[in-house]
Ligand binder design. Structure first.
Ligand SMILES: Cc1cc2nc3c(=O)[nH]c(=O)nc-3n(C[C@H](O)[C@H](O)[C@H](O)COP(=O)(O)OP(=O)(O)OC[C@H]3O[C@@H](n4cnc5c(N)ncnc54)[C@H](O)[C@@H]3O)c2cc1C
Length: 402
């Protein structure tokens, strides 16, 4: 049975139940935090069931961590903020939980760790949270958080609750269909905390015309490519879409892309197109045919457009333009595929305001932020869920001592 702490509130002249802690958000970080300490606590979730997003992660297989995780896998304005939490919670720690519960998982060559069924992870976390004295209340939307007389007043669609320790685990803005709201950010601002500008990340990039038209003609095709954004170079699979580009390499690149930044794509990494075309300059075939051993002619033809001429007839400028388009196509994306399709929200509540060891706010005692709501965004490959676990574990260690 879950115990409630009761204190006398002289201001309101009435007895009030004071929870040891309240966790807002029953997603990855909220559930994991609840499962990691025994104090009686309330977990509030506005969806009908906890862990809706978690259940669809990794295409239903939940890429729950990555053996190679380091702080370099995260984008965060405070460079070393993640270090302590990541050092204290390793991928092995989550594996141990799965082994204890006899839940099977797979390890990919690049260190990615996948469950065989994401729902098993959600069920495991709900079960463990309940055994750790968590009262999980779904269909309860948290509307407002206020700090008064040293306590947090939590106003919800189902009534008002009080606690000394409040954990904000409501995630970011990605996938509103699965329950995402801007609650964490709105609350931060109301409490006087700074929020690093938000943007969709691990998302596709939209191309400007006429490139968009060419992408549409190639939609569904995928190739190995190299994408440069600022100083970052991402190599891997690129998918042509109706709007522009997607696929793992593009999703990774989107993490570093900000509005008005140019992006460069090398559709033939490892092949010096200029040298190859010069070598074939007397060939009577057109460029797309000459390059067919490296890239399907349909793709080359579409990308080269008017520059797909017979090598023997090509002027020097045409040769240079063709090589540039295939080895270094530079363009300015018109945006990303947006929050409806982005896996995560980059930016978030500024971490300089929090202790890296506990995730507790330095200026508001008892306030914790964990998971995606913080300005910590991981690369594709299990890093975001690993951050959800690591930050939740850090807060739970501090809460267990209260
Ligand atoms: C389709 C998809 C696939 C993904 N796959 C992977 C993957 O395989 N590996 C990986 O590492 N990452 C993956 N991610 C990212 C990962 O799911 C998130 O980074 C992670 O879930 C963040 O955890 P969180 O607890 O911070 O937020 P969430 O898991 O989003 O949980 C937040 C919870 O808060 C609730 N909530 C919001 N507002 C309120 C409110 N006002 N009142 C009450 N409740 C509220 C929400 O309903 C939600 O349940 C994926 C994301 C998506 C969208």
């Amino acid at each position: 049975m879950i115990l409630l702490y009761c204190i006398y509130n002289s201001m309101a002249n009435s007895a009030r139940f004071i929870w040891h802690s309240i966790i807002v958000g029953g997603g990855a970080s909220g559930l994991f935090c609840a499962s990691k300490y025994a104090a009686p606590k309330l977990l509030l979730e506005h969806n009908a069931r906890p862990g809706a997003k978690l259940a669809v992660t990794g295409g239903g297989k939940c890429n729950f961590s990555n053996l190679n995780v380091t702080e370099r896998d995260y984008v965060c304005q405070s460079k070393h903020f993640c270090h302590a939490a990541l050092a204290a919670f390793r991928p092995r720690d989550f594996i141990c939980i799965l082994e204890e519960e006899k839940i099977p998982f797979d390890t990919l060559q690049n260190g990615q760790l996948f469950a065989q069924n994401a729902r098993e992870i959600t069920q495991l976390l709900v079960r463990r949270a309940r055994t750790q004295n968590t009262d999980i209340r779904c269909k309860t939307e948290v509307l407002k958080i206020q700090k008064e007389n040293g306590l947090f007043r939590v106003t919800t669609s189902e009534g008002t609750f009080y606690t000394a320790n409040l954990v904000l685990a409501t995630g970011g803005l990605s996938y509103p269909d699965l329950g995402a709201t801007g609650f964490a950010f709105r609350t931060a601002q109301e409490l006087g905390l700074k929020v690093v500008p938000l943007r969709p990340a691990l998302a596709g990039l939209r191309a400007p015309d006429p490139l968009k038209t060419w992408c549409r003609q190639l939609a569904g095709n995928s190739i190995e490519a190299e994408i440069t954004v600022g100083k970052r170079i991402e190599k891997g699979s690129l998918l042509f879409t109706h709007e522009g580009f997607s696929g793992p390499a593009v999703l990774q690149a989107s993490l570093y892309w900000q509005e008005a930044m140019p992006v460069r794509i090398n559709f033939l990494p490892g092949t010096d197109v200029l040298a190859w075309l010069q070598k074939n300059k007397n060939n009577t075939a057109c460029f797309s045919k000459i390059l067919a051993e490296f890239l399907p002619a349909k793709i080359t033809k579409t990308l080269l457009q008017e520059n797909d001429v017979r090598a023997a007839d090509a002027k020097k400028e045409t040769l240079l333009a063709a090589a540039r388009r295939l080895n270094a196509l530079s363009f300015q994306p018109t945006g990303t595929s947006g929050y409806t399709r982005a896996e995560v929200t980059a930016g978030g509540v500024d971490t300089v305001q929090f202790s890296p060891a506990s995730m507790e706010c330095k200026s508001i005692a008892g306030l914790f932020y964990i998971g995606e709501a913080l300005d910590v965004t991981g690369r594709l490959g299990g890093y975001n869920l690993h951050w959800a676990w690591a930050s939740a574990a850090a807060a739970a260690r501090a809460l267990a001592r209260r």
